[in-house]
Unconditional design. Sequence first.
Length: 411
Amino acid sequence: MNKNKFQIPNLPLPAPLLGSDAGSFTEFTVTQRMPDIARRVIVENQFSTDINQSLEELAAELPSGYLRPLTNDSGVDFHDWKRYLELYKHQRWVDVPWFFAETYFYRLILNITNYFQPGALPGIDPFLLQKVQGLEAAVNSIISLCSQVEKWLNESQQEGKPSKSSLIALLYFALWGNRVDLSLWSAFEDDRSSFDIQTQLNNILIDDSFAVTKLLTKSQNNRIDFVIDNAGFELICDLCLVDFLLGSGFANQVYLHLKPHPTFVSDAMIKDVLYTQDFLVKSSHPPVQSLGKRLTENLVSGRLVLAEDYFWTSPLAFWEIPISLKDELGKSNLMIVKGDANYRRLLGDRSWDFTTKFADIVSYLPAPMVALRTLKSEVATGLKAEVILELANTDPSWLTNGQWGVIQLIS
Ligand SMILES: O=P(O)(O)OC[C@H]1O[C@](O)(CO)[C@@H](O)[C@@H]1O
């Protein structure tokens, strides 16, 4: 990889996605999904009448109203947001870049619900109920996945070398775990955690998983940086992947990059990893408990490190990453970037032609990177024209229904 050669994509930037794109999923999100999410916060929490009224006002202003300023709530990122907002003063929610609209919407929910009030107590996570429910609903899938991982780890240890096929299977689990997304499908709807890996293979549009195993066997003492997406079952899949990477010898150290505050409903924070650890350790099912134990050991020994940064909740494109974080990621042998929103950040949430070479866009990255993403928004790269045509004919909502995935490696 050509380190730090380009600060921004190696191509002219196309327009950002906007909520005003008529008939688009972005329009549907800003005018309908986001208001629904704000109203769900009212129903699922016991906030005061004033707070609920303010959340309702936010919900009502999204379809055709204007961005409101952010009042100083003593959040660490308040001054950054003031700067970001300068660009979009007096504009309507539907007219600003979609990524900006979504990240600001979640930041405003925290502002309204007093998340950053000074004091010793941590703020209330307005999406906690959804996150907890997301985990509990997937118990059966969690038990079978943990049993499977234990088997794969034992096999790798008996064979004296890490098993590539087990790693590939866990990459698939991590990929399809991303289908479970509480901003799109509430935790109170169907449990989307059960899937058949084999039948899902046909739905992987680009599959570089074998190349990932080759990359990780090239050198020893690999450091992996995992940009995490959702809490709940997806996080369990990711933790199983991490467990196997560390336990089988594919990696020596793993950093999890987490959100510093609640966002996109189910995005994972450090406290969600610790909650999940507790959930695993207290399980009455031995393989689940064992995963919890190994997770604890890895945290204690420092082989697994939990990190957070306000960049991950900002409206910035990936190429606008602060230099200190970029330098940190530059130490990695492989970055794993999970999920749809992180993928959108990689692309600056812009309308690239779907056939554009992924490598030409993410040419700014400081280390090799694999994106594990199920498609939930109208951006894509690296696809063949005939594949796009066929998908458009056979599954008109293929870009947003979460049924299609990519494992795209840039090395
Ligand atoms: O959890 P993920 O995979 O990042 O998905 C979140 C994404 O899904 C959506 O909810 C639908 O596109 C977006 O708002 C966001 O890009």
